[in-house]
Design a binder for this molecule. Structure first.
Ligand code: NAP
Length: 250
């Protein structure tokens, strides 16, 4: 009898939760609590941090979790690292449902930076009109470069104004289309896009739009995460769980 803990906050986590619910597999979807209205899940959900590795170990034991599915965002490295250590300590099998990183196409004009600090350093240049697609949590780190106009697309309206004197906030959860993102970039006269290399389809529209418009992209590489079992499809997670629905492609 399964009792899954699904570490969520992504489209992939919701897709897997749907498949698990359809297959009658029990589990809980966990959110950090970063967004005001997390997407409704077909399984019970919990919200908030566990309290580090020890808190997660305690949770796994107290709730008799049989398997952990880490379907967090590729940049949620703290949570993913904690899951590796806590699952090893608690003896609970762990699989990560990940997505391949985006790879530059011949027409792409990407400059890779290793992390957010690298992106901030690369923006030490005369004023540009930047679409800054790094999420709400990292905006303050860009304060050392106040010379730029920043177009910020966020899931929730910020509670405090971002510390960037020249910005425009757009509240939208997506999914987005390349056509709409291209029109948005043109409407704001964007000449540089800053993006995490999230992988997957949900956030790719802006990359396609930048390509079509010939715009440069400052692409932030993914953080390293400890070795773990990784798969890229819902069906592979089902197979890993030993569930019969796997061969039907659920
Ligand atoms: P993070 O830096 O790796 O995590 C920081 C702390 O937040 C973790 O140590 C954990 O607290 C808590 N946490 C993170 N994800 C959690 C989850 N699914 N359930 C319960 N607690 C969680 O994470 P992050 O980058 O801030 O991302 C937070 C959430 O937003 C994740 O669910 C992620 O999938 C989603 N998300 C992130 C991004 C991104 O660009 N980073 C983009 C889209 C969605 P404790 O140590 O107290 O357990």
């Amino acid at each position: 009898m399964h009792n899954l803990l699904i570490l969520g906050g992504t489209t992939e986590a919701t897709a897997f939760a749907n498949a698990a619910a359809e297959a009658g597999i029990a589990g809980t979807v966990s959110f950090a609590g970063r967004v005001e209205r997390p997407k409704r899940q077909p399984l019970p959900q919990r919200i908030g941090g566990f309290g580090g590795v020890q808190g997660l170990v305690n949770y796994l034991v107290a709730h008799q979790i049989t398997h952990v599915i880490d379907a967090t965002h590729p940049f949620a490295s703290q949570m993913s690292g904690n899951a590796v250590v806590a699952c090893a300590q608690a003896g609970v099998p762990l699989v990560a449902l990940t997505r391949a990183a985006w790879v530059a196409q011949p027409e792409d004009r990407w400059a890779a930076v290793p992390d957010i600090s690298g992106a901030v350093a690369a923006l030490e240049q005369p004023a540009r009109r930047v679409m800054l697609a790094v999420g709400r949590m990292h905006l303050a780190e860009f304060a050392p470069n106040p010379q730029h106009f920043y177009l910020l697309r966020l899931v929730d309206a910020p509670k405090d104004p971002p510390p960037l004197p020249n910005h425009h906030v757009l509240v939208s959860r997506g999914p987005f289309t390349a056509e709409d993102d291209g029109a948005l970039m043109q409407a704001h006269d964007i000449d540089l896009v800053v993006s995490k290399n999230a992988g997957g389809t949900g956030a790719y529209a802006k990359i396609v739009a930048a390509r079509a418009l010939g715009l440069p992209v400052l692409m932030i590489d993914r953080p390293a995460i400890a070795a773990r079992t990784e798969v890229t499809t819902v069906a592979e997670v089902m197979a890993w769980l030993g569930h019969a629905g796997a061969d039907r492609g659920v």
